[in-house]
Design a protein around this ligand. Structure first.
Ligand SMILES: [Zn+2]
Length: 294
């Protein structure tokens, strides 16, 4: 723990003591982190999400109300690994004075080559083992900011970690029947690299690591040829990406446009992926169904 962290934690402890039983105001950059943070913080905190459900965390811009919420927050939880490019300026613009928590703090980053450049894949939460690391990092931050609730944070975090581990085993079992030759998934943007690495699945994607790049006509032609050659059954569109490009790829390659999967944002409450754990299960079931038909 560095000195700056300790100082911030100490300042926050004084602030929170003065506030007594008021829940600690926490802001998370996007819905998946907000869900994790809520589970760990329980009634001891309130959580506001910046990028909403079904929203795109790569390309997002804060509105004045978001900056006000960040200014009032005691803790701001971000992913890191370059997901939220807009976080480079936003805390300063919002005059944020609380504790910044990087959920991916302890993650071993996955590097990829894109257009000849080496880039870091930010979608680490798609591997549940990284989800566990996220929970530990967020719990550390919340405990630092609200020491009097530390024991409760720890017990909620421990119970949550057990649930994530159960989900990881569920995924392994759900995919066990898929033969190696059929383990290929095609998604609209390249958000499932950590998932694929964890469960032995090859990923193809219409767009790259970020939703901000546009594939060229040549890229699309190469992808269409690859889909035909690899007999990929379905193109999956993530809830937060523009479906048009994927629909065109499906049309040209003869692949089926699959049901929505969830990569960078949860579904609205009551939807099929309104928590991190439900998202992992939903995606796995959809992928398993499609890969069986590859
Ligand atoms: Zn993404």
């Amino acid at each position: 723990m560095d000195r700056r962290f300790l100082l911030q934690a100490w300042t926050l402890a004084l602030i929170s003591k003065a506030r007594a039983a008021e829940p600690l105001p926490v802001v998370a950059t996007f819905s998946i982190l907000a869900d994790m943070t809520r589970v760990i913080g329980g009634d001891d905190i309130t959580v506001r999400t910046l990028v909403p459900v079904d929203g795109d965390a790569h390309a997002w811009e804060p509105k004045p109300a978001d900056l006000r919420a960040v200014r009032a927050a005691a803790v701001l939880v971000q992913n890191g690994l370059g997901l939220e490019g807009w976080m480079a300026r936003m805390p300063k613009a919002a005059d944020f004075k609380g504790l910044l928590v990087t959920a991916a703090r302890d993650v071993e980053p996955r590097l990829m080559t894109e257009d000849g450049k080496q880039v870091t894949d930010p979608h680490a939460w798609q591997d549940p083992r990284n989800g566990v690391l996220y929970v530990r990092a967020i719990a550390d931050g919340l405990r630092g900011a609200l020491p009097e609730a530390a024991a409760r944070m720890t017990s909620r975090a421990d119970a949550y970690i057990s649930e994530i581990e159960v989900t990881d085993r569920f995924i392994t079992e759900a995919l066990a029947a898929i033969p190696a030759a059929k383990r290929i998934i095609l998604t609209s943007h390249d958000a499932f690299g950590y998932y694929g690495a964890r469960y032995g699945i090859t990923l193809r994607a219409v767009q790259g690591i970020s939703t901000e790049g546009e594939p060229s006509a040549k890229d699309i032609a190469t992808l269409v040829a690859q889909i035909k050659r690899e007999k990929i059954h379905a193109v999956f569109v993530e809830n937060m990406t523009d479906p048009r490009l994927s629909a065109a790829v499906a049309r040209e390659s003869g692949a089926v446009l699959g049901p929505n999967v969830y990569s960078d944002a949860l579904s609205p409450s009551g939807g099929p992926a309104d928590t991190y754990l439900k998202m992992l299960r939903h995606n796995t079931q959809r992928f398993a169904e499609a890969m069986a038909l590859n």
